[in-house]
Write a protein that binds this ligand. Structure first.
Ligand SMILES: [Zn+2]
Length: 309
């Protein structure tokens, strides 16, 4: 495999997570996301070397291990800085917070400290805000723009280079939705608003490069697929709540997770995946509460969820 170039400046190394490459000058490139581990990042370094290129800096779209685990390998190959949004930077610098979050604030089970959920700590030197970005010590031929893409994680960002947008996990390909059904998003309202803003940008884009799957030459189709899939997830939770309301009156979070998995014909392969499903269903419940379509109430020590009638 080699780096796939979309134009003279922008390319990517396809893999389980696509790693972006932005040419800054004759031999220096900015890397977008670092991959799961040093093996994945090392493969990119070899591809770059074969083309006479070297990593100058790393932009991390969000804190997840499959996007950040290879950061140190890129630093050891000469990258001089790591850039991320302020929220994501906190979780990248202190990755143990990631399994703590997934565990609802409690010390995590060993199943939540596997390499997919707990990357090695990485330094973040540059904090990024939305807007034009001048890479320190370099000047790209194309204007670089940081784009806020919250929802999958609270501080996810994308990088726009001319008419190409690296958009991390703001959208997933059809295979991911088919395979996982309960695809992880931390905030459904933000995720949908991010899809709206991508819709607004799409006329000016030749392609989006997502973290997973192939680049989308017609981003509007991928945006629509993700909107429909998130809405289907919200509808599945709402249907479960309505069913519970007419039988037992309410349901616990665990019951909601079980019901939604049954409805979507998804079975978690292990405890780690259960926790991801749990967080996603909780994100939908929070979303429904914010829209006044669901509410939480306490019955003694039991927290129950039901629709607003
Ligand atoms: Zn992710």
């Amino acid at each position: 495999m080699a780096i796939i170039w979309m134009n003279e400046t922008v390319g990517y190394d396809p893999g389980p997570v696509n790693l972006g490459v932005v040419r800054l000058d004759r031999d220096r490139v900015l890397i977008v996301d670092a991959g799961l581990d040093k093996g994945r990042a090392g493969k990119l370094v070899r591809l770059l070397t074969a083309e006479g290129l070297r990593p100058y800096g790393v932009l991390l779209t969000h804190h997840h291990a499959d996007h950040t685990g290879g950061t140190k390998r890129l630093l050891s190959a000469g990258a001089e800085f790591v850039a991320a949004s302020p929220i994501e930077a906190s979780l990248i610098r202190q990755p143990i917070l990631q399994p703590y979050c997934l565990s609802g604030g409690a010390a995590p089970l060993p199943e939540l400290t596997i390499k997919f959920l707990l990357p090695p700590a990485a330094p973040v030197d540059v904090l990024l805000e939305a807007g034009p970005w001048q890479v320190p010590g370099a000047s790209s031929a194309e204007e670089l723009q940081i784009v806020d893409l919250p929802g999958h994680t609270p501080g996810q960002i994308g990088l726009r280079v001319g008419d190409i947008l690296f958009c991390g996990d703001a959208m997933f390909p059809a295979e991911t939705w088919r395979k996982y059904g309960l695809t992880y998003f931390a905030d459904m309202g933000q995720a949908l608003a991010t899809l709206d803003s991508l819709d607004g940008l799409s006329a000016a884009l030749a392609a989006t490069i997502t973290g997973h799957g192939e680049p989308a030459r017609i981003p509007t189709q991928l945006i629509e697929l993700n909107r429909t899939s998130i809405e289907a997830l919200v509808a599945a939770v709402e249907t479960e709540l309505a069913t519970a309301y007419s039988t037992t009156g309410d349901m616990s979070l665990e019951e909601a997770v079980q019901g939604v998995c049954r409805r979507l014909e998804v079975e978690p392969i292990d405890i780690s995946e259960h926790y991801l499903h749990r967080a996603t269903v909780q994100a939908v419940l929070t979303h429904l509460c914010r829209m006044n379509r669901a509410r939480a109430h306490l019955r003694g020590a039991r927290l129950g969820w039901c629709p607003v009638r």
